[in-house]
Write a new protein. Structure first.
Length: 141
């Protein structure tokens, strides 16, 4: 089991959480859980409703959309963050390539952190806006 400090460091390196302070991240980590899955396990399936995000602490996973590989997630990556925020359907499937250790951030954990420190929501919105701008520039120039 990874330490709280180690998990906070993982979150700090994820763009969605990059604006948050160590105290805010520690609150998110405190309310999250770690899960170990075997290679070949489906971490999340495209189209399913999601209520959590997964931070890969150890291992790697394949990301597939409509059955085609679109990427690989390695330690430090987050998957499922859109569904964490909007409870919408998963946009991709993620399958463990190796045994993986995950930090599972539930919607309840995130909302609890936001209830305790409302400024987190503004920081998440800023991070999302930054990502939308990056995608806009990449797509439209």
């Amino acid at each position: 089991m990874a330490s709280t400090k180690s998990n906070v460091d993982h979150l700090r390196n994820i763009s969605l959480f990059s604006e948050c302070s160590s105290k805010e991240l520690a609150l998110v980590v405190k309310n999250s859980t770690e899960r170990v899955l075997k290679a070949g396990t489906i971490i999340m399936d495209q189209g399913q409703t999601g209520r959590e995000a997964y931070v890969l602490l150890e291992g790697s996973a394949t990301i597939k959309r409509n059955g085609k590989k679109i990427g690989t997630a390695k330690a430090g990556a987050v998957v499922g963050e859109l569904s964490l925020l909007d409870q919408g359907p998963r946009t991709a499937a993620v399958i463990a390539d190796t045994d993986v250790t995950l930090l599972v951030i539930s919607q309840r954990a995130l909302n609890g952190a936001i209830d305790n420190i409302p400024a987190i929501s503004r920081k998440l919105l800023k991070a999302l806006a930054t990502r939308v701008r990056e995608l806009d520039r990449a797509h439209y120039g």
